[in-house]
Design a protein. Structure first.
Length: 516
């Protein structure tokens, strides 16, 4: 159906010239008209549903999401004993010596909230190497069989720059590199399969596009092959992994890569870890680990080199920074390169903890805080213990950024979080868990309005990918990327947000998901 009218709808255009409408006319993948039905086209009755610009998730991991749907999933398991039982059950399905790979465990959910001891996995799996990534992706739980395969000592694993080892079985950040080198290699066919699995779930959630936050050559080739095969119906903005210097140099020489479904003009870098594994870099020590200020994972010289290259070749630089010191590190390096107002749109991915002395640096250099609201509501139960009450105001400062006039590209960091834009929207406007706790919201001064939250996952996400001219609002000539909801996101009561249904997902004018 190349040409049709969506009628009898509540249309939130996010276009100041024509903010509310009742119909959209679509032709050849573009919006041909708003509030002006073409009588020559088929009508599709929306029965009062609400249509918004298609949800864009500005921080996603396509391959990892699909891969993790294929792995042992320990996410949300709230006891160590239950984790152990699930690991034992998975081991029963594996051959002797076969890797057990999983993800999602979180010691903060366990009664003791302590990292596991080495004897647990060693006793139940003496011959199967085990590699279980923590929920934040910045640490992993391994056994002796896996350590043996690295052919390095515990001292080497513990003392690598930017890494550490806890209880001889939990590896943090750069210590994971020893294991990544020996894990089973993902083939391109695996990657294509995982991306297809991910897309099948993505469109059910109303997502029309993602910013894929770390791509290597295999992922780039897999996506292009899927597009050629007609198996990639979503939009993707790719961030090239900064560690692959050959890959980024190739793209620097070739310039921006632009097609209808796939764009590459950015590089992703890391500077610190995560708060959950105490790897996020802090100005002051962790309150529950007085000798630890987290980890800076890259030297200033290395980071400045990447920054200078991105600036020279006009590629956007998007850098992971979570702790206040990590953010300060990135902002200072960015500031040296950007040197004041600009339109480079360099981003700090997460920007989860930002000090008062650093927050204006975003404004001064036009840096975008790319943020994931559910990180705040996932972490809030234990942040007081980890950071102390005096630092809680520094966490997820959405409203403060918006008050400075900054646009926030909103995402989920899926599969760290669920990848559901409605969950992210709810977290942004309530700062509560799904049970409505705490009452009034956690650090409620940083809650945002429904309109601001909607912009995070539409207009501002499009801006964060230099795509505001074609996506992020409903206007004539824009891509027909639309999400159709069961109710109005701007007027709905907060408690009802989580009950909203996705009725349709439309990308490039094609209906890629319809609620049965």
């Amino acid at each position: 159906m190349k040409s049709y009218n969506l009628i009898n709808a509540k249309v939130i255009t996010l276009d100041p010239k024509n903010s509310i409408a009742e119909s959209i006319t679509i032709h050849n993948g573009k919006i041909e008209a708003v509030n002006s039905i073409n009588s020559n086209y088929t009508n599709l009755d929306m029965a009062g549903s609400t249509i918004i610009p298609g949800f864009i998730d500005a921080h996603f991991h396509l391959k990892n999401y699909g891969k993790r749907l294929d792995m042992l999933n320990l996410k949300g398991v709230n006891s160590l004993d239950e984790n152990i039982e699930m690991i034992k059950s998975k081991l029963n399905s594996l051959a002797k010596g076969e890797w057990l790979i999983g993800y999602g465990w979180d010691q903060n959910l366990w009664e003791q909230q302590d990292f596991p001891e080495a004897n647990i996995l060693n006793s139940i799996a003496p011959e199967n190497p085990i590699y279980l990534t923590r929920v934040d992706g910045h640490s992993a739980w391994v056994n002796q069989a896996a350590i043996h395969k690295t052919q390095v000592s515990l001292d080497e694993i513990a003392n690598i720059n930017g890494g550490s080892l806890i209880n001889d079985c939990v590896i943090i950040d750069n210590s994971m590199d020893f294991f990544r080198k020996i894990l089973p290699v993902d083939s391109k066919e695996n990657i294509k399969s995982w991306i297809k699995i991910a897309i099948k779930e993505i469109v059910k959630k109303g997502i029309t596009g993602v910013h894929d936050a770390w791509q290597d050559l295999d992922i780039v080739e897999a996506i292009n092959e899927l597009i050629e095969e007609g198996e990639f119906p979503i939009r993707c903005y790719g961030m090239l992994g900064s560690s692959d210097t050959n890959l980024i140099d190739t793209f620097f020489q070739q310039g921006h890569y632009n097609t209808s479904y796939y764009n590459i003009r950015s590089v992703k870098a890391f500077v610190d870890g995560a708060l959950g594994s105490r790897g996020a870099a802090l100005y002051e020590p962790y309150c529950d680990d007085k000798n630890n200020c987290g980890l800076i994972l890259i030297t200033q010289e290395e980071f400045l080199r990447v920054s200078e290259l991105c600036h020279k070749y006009n590629f956007q630089l998007n850098t992971h920074a979570i702790g206040d010191k990590g953010n300060g590190f990135v902002l200072d390096c960015y500031g040296k390169i950007l040197n004041g107002p600009n339109d480079r749109r360099w981003r700090v991915e997460h920007a989860q903890m930002v000090s008062d002395k650093d927050i204006m640096k975003f404004k001064n250099s036009d840096i975008l805080p790319s943020m994931q609201p559910s990180h705040c509501t996932s972490d809030m139960p234990w942040l007081d213990q980890r950071l102390g009450s005096h630092r809680l105001k520094l966490i997820s400062r959405w409203k403060s950024f918006i008050n400075l006039g900054l646009k926030i590209p909103g995402g989920s960091d899926c599969p760290i979080e669920e990848g559901n834009p409605l969950f992210e929207f709810y977290a942004a406007v309530t700062r509560q868990n799904h049970l409505g706790k705490p009452e009034g919201g956690w650090q409620p001064q940083e809650k945002v309005s429904n309109l601001q939250a909607l912009k995070m996952f539409t207009t501002w996400a499009a801006y964060g990918a230099f795509q505001e001219h074609c996506r992020g609002k409903i206007a004539i000539g824009y891509d027909a990327d639309l999400t159709v909801l069961s109710d109005n996101l701007l007027t709905i009561n907060a408690k009802d947000i989580l009950n909203l249904k996705i009725n349709y997902t439309i990308i490039n004018g094609k209906i890629v998901y319809r609620k049965l």
